[in-house]
Write a protein that binds this ligand. Structure first.
Ligand code: BMA
Length: 838
């Protein structure tokens, strides 16, 4: 097969030729204009508002390309466009090839009649989508929970039209690879791999569809390699358009979700050969051998909802994934890797690719395969009504679904296909008007057409119609606590207090969340000094949830004292967010096995903004991400005050085997006096959650007062701390917290890293270390430190510059943030440069 890559340098102009600039493919008009210096950073202040004109214009992309004679002489010459955003018209040498209207499709066009040897030109013009939407809206109104109504008419990234965490920047362009392929005999059109797991072996069934151009006979060879060594192979001569064969892998190494085992990957090469035995096409799929299923079985609470890997049920720990940039083409492999590694660092095993974004790049799924991050994959529908009554729409979407299923189905990480985000919730809860999409319209696509497509093209993977979905049957219920998955927004959107979570009994919580501001360095990227007030126009502009900043402040005053100044408000919002999600996840892990998963909203951001994310647009961890590392730890110790005011201590274990754990608790006063302590050896079985102890501290509560006491709990395995938690007896705002004297010792580990060892005289809550090195990576932050303990933080810089020389690092804790003002200078404990070598 011969190929001509058409990625790289193109030209782009508007229809009036006012702008005529170099373009980059893959790319989009916004990044092209930005690179040409014609627009300012769309993420800075409220620049977004000034850039709306871009999406009103028609943009025309052009380039020339050479066609060598061997390509020209090929029997079939196809143009493959893997992503065109969105209403495009394609011309080659001045003649129209095709029009497209779906950003998510992978197009193949026969261009043999249109090209010539030597120099050729291609033009792809993108018409604006807004006039089309407006015209259709006048005829039949489509609803959307977000500002932009009617976007459902277009098969385009929904959040491109603005979301409650994202800007409205309606892109266009060639956003994925584009190339010409030419062949004479045949090409592999499609390949489905099925796994049959037996005792100590896996049979791999390979079902290949071939596009034949000539009658010449062909054969197929399959070679399976593990770490570059061939471990199985098979060949088959065939004459038709389909070839099925199988290979058996003996002693298979199974793929596991993160935390349950390793992620061995096998390379399967499928080679199409012509009669003399030359390879004329080859596909290589990297696969993992595993069974990954969603189990739903009747039980005493209703119907279970749990994922199981290789027969072992596991608690899904994770978050929701949104596009990592409003301009998808800007996300590099490194960005994907860093974000997915941050999920692993927080002990996650699952992410939900939410239906308001994009089917992610192959790289995303490759990395999930490598890291053991299971993927709950939505189809791209979110929070709106869609013209599912329109045959043309359904046809376009059906091909989109096929294209993406075929592209992604070999990935071991994909756990589930899900029809949409919150369409059922909208139909049930908000009773969306039947003038736009009623249950019949909905059902015809999500209960009939789509499950059939999934069953046909990915028969070994399950389909779930919507998130959330309650399989109750009568469709009057959503977010049912007894079956199905749930999106719990009573806290935040419903303004319920954090404690609301303690009564939730849901089986699997695929969304719940709480917002925070990003840290000062990130806020600096989109503001100037005058904007530094959380009620300023620019801070409101970078807050898209209704009354979002006011909500943060309302909840903040439920829990904490008023923060002192702008920066401290940003930091405290992060602690508040971490506290909220910690409260929820600890509860749901205690509920295991009734509850078998929590995916908080949301892992990441698509621009710098106040949002529900735990990692901000620049990859900076918020306090929540550090908290996630602890509340998603394989073994979690947590405590809760019971009705009789006794303290119940729980262990929740996701380990595969039984574990003996030493539980140690110490009750401190806020002034650092150890009032009482105790310990207990407990055994915990695999994937279990147990109340392991009930302690009566009521005497001490009476004696000292709730605001004076802090409980420090640890779970040890030998000397290793498996989990470390703090239990309070009232909200921190009512506590008599003392300003800690945080002592910091710095030890040099190697040229790039140092370790900060932190000790304290009184209990210090939410302690974090910051250096002025923006690229520094920390092993931990936002932890509690108690007298007699040492907390160690490894600080790694990518450059050689030492943080000590920079001498601009500080350690803060909760008491640094609020009045009554402690001596500010003393609060910022300078790192003392006591350099020791290991
Ligand atoms: C959910 C999501 C998103 C939204 C989030 C926060 O329900 O599905 O649509 O961004 O809530 O409001």
């Amino acid at each position: 097969m011969l190929k001509i890559k058409l990625t790289g340098k193109w030209q782009v102009k508007d229809s009036k030729d006012k702008y005529h600039i170099d373009a980059n493919v893959p790319g989009c008009i916004h990044t092209d204009l930005l690179n040409a210096g014609l627009i300012e950073d769309p993420y800075y202040r409220d620049n977004e508002n000034k850039l709306q004109w871009i999406s009103d214009k028609k943009w025309i992309y052009t380039r020339d390309f050479e066609v060598p004679s061997d390509v020209y002489k090929s029997k079939r010459i196809m143009l493959n466009c893997q992503g065109l955003d969105t209403f495009s018209s394609i011309n080659i040498n001045g003649r129209k090839i095709a029009e497209t209207d779906n950003m998510f499709r992978d197009f193949f066009f026969d261009i043999k009649p249109f090209i010539r040897t030597g120099s050729n030109s291609i033009e792809i013009a993108f018409n604006p989508v807004l006039p089309y939407i407006n015209k259709n809206q006048k005829q039949r109104y489509l609803h959307c929970w977000m500002d932009f109504k009617g976007s459902g008419y277009v098969r385009k990234e929904p959040c491109n039209f603005g979301w409650d965490w994202g800007p409205k920047l309606i892109t266009c362009g060639i956003w994925k690879d584009i190339e010409i392929i030419a062949y004479n005999t045949a090409r592999i059109d499609d390949c489905l791999l099925k796994q049959r797991h037996g005792r100590k072996k896996v049979r791999l069934e390979i079902d290949t569809e071939i596009e034949k151009v000539s009658r010449r006979s062909t054969s197929l060879e399959v070679v399976v390699k593990y770490k570059n060594k061939t471990i199985a192979s098979n060949t088959c001569a065939f004459s038709g358009k389909r070839c099925r064969l199988s290979v058996t892998i003996e002693n298979p190494k199974l793929w596991w979700p993160n935390g349950m085992g390793k992620q061995p990957l096998y390379d399967v090469s499928i080679r199409l050969k012509d009669a003399p035995g030359y390879c004329i096409d080859e596909l290589v799929k990297r696969i993992g051998l595993r069974k990954l299923e969603l189990r739903q079985k009747p039980d005493k609470h209703g119907v279970s909802f749990e994922f199981a890997a290789n027969g072992k049920p596991f608690f899904a720990k994770g978050a929701n994934w949104i596009p990592a940039d409003s301009f998808a083409n800007r996300v590099t492999r490194e960005n994907y890797y860093d974000l997915l590694q941050s999920a692993v660092d927080a002990n996650m095993n699952m992410l939900r690719v939410w239906g308001g974004g994009i089917y992610e790049d192959d790289v995303f799924y490759d990395i999930c395969d490598q890291l053991g991050i299971c993927v709950w994959q939505d189809f791209m529908f979110a929070c709106a009504t869609y013209p599912t009554y329109d045959e043309r729409f359904v046809e376009s979407f059906s091909t989109e679904a096929e294209d993406n299923i075929k592209r992604l189905r070999h990935h071991p990480s994909i756990a589930l296909w899900c029809g949409n985000n919150e369409l059922e919730m909208g139909l049930v809860g908000d009773k969306w008007s039947d003038t736009c999409m009623d249950w019949g319209d909905y059902s015809s696509l999500f209960d009939k057409v789509l499950p059939k497509i999934v069953a046909k093209h990915d028969p070994q993977r399950q389909y779930w119609p919507s998130s959330p979905h309650t399989p109750a049957g009568d469709r009057t219920v959503h977010n049912c606590p007894n079956s199905g998955d749930a999106h719990l927004w009573d806290v935040w959107h419903g303004m319920e207090p954090f404690e609301w979570f303690h009564q939730a009994k849901h089986r699997f919580v695929s969304e719940f969340g709480f917002q925070s501001f990003p840290e000062p360095a990130t806020v600096d990227s989109y503001t100037n000094k005058q904007d530094h007030n959380i009620a300023s126009l620019v801070m409101d502009h970078h807050q898209r949830s209704i009354r979002g900043n006011a909500r943060i402040m309302a909840y903040m005053l439920d829990w904490f004292k008023m923060p002192d100044g702008f920066e401290n408000t940003l930091w405290l919002s992060q602690i508040l967010q971490a506290l909220c999600i910690k409260t929820a996840v600890e509860h749901f892990r205690r509920q295991m096995p009734r509850c078998m998963g929590t995916l908080y909203w949301q892992l990441n951001d698509c621009w710098p903004v106040a949002s529900w994310s735990s990692v901000d647009y620049f990859g900076r961890y918020k306090a929540l991400h550090w908290a996630a590392k602890k509340f998603y730890a394989p073994v979690l110790v947590s405590a809760i005050q019971q009705k009789n005011d006794h303290t119940a201590v729980y262990l929740s274990s996701d380990l595969n085997g039984q574990k003996t754990v030493k539980l140690v608790w110490e009750l401190f006063t806020t002034t650092g006096q150890r009032v009482t302590s105790g310990n207990k050896m407990v055994k915990i079985g695999p994937h279990k959650s147990l109340c392991v102890n009930r302690v009566d501290f009521t005497g001490y509560i009476k004696q000292f007062g709730r605001g004076e006491l802090i409980l420090n709990i640890k779970a040890f395995s030998g000397k290793k701390v498996l989990s470390h938690n703090t239990h309070l007896f009232c909200q921190p705002k009512y506590m008599n917290l003392q300003k800690p004297n945080l002592n910091v010792e710095i030890r040099k580990v190697d040229e790039y890293s140092q370790e900060a060892i932190i000790t304290t005289d009184v209990p210090a809550l939410w302690v974090w270390v910051k250096t002025d090195q923006s690229d520094a990576k920390y092993s931990d932050n936002f932890f509690d430190v108690f007298p007699g303990e040492q907390q160690r933080v490894l600080i790694r810089c990518t450059g050689k510059q030492s943080i000590i020389k920079a001498s601009n690092a500080d350690v803060r804790s909760l008491t640094s943030l609020s009045r009554p003002a402690h001596n500010k200078k003393a609060n910022k404990t300078r790192l003392r440069a006591i350099v020791k070598h290991y």
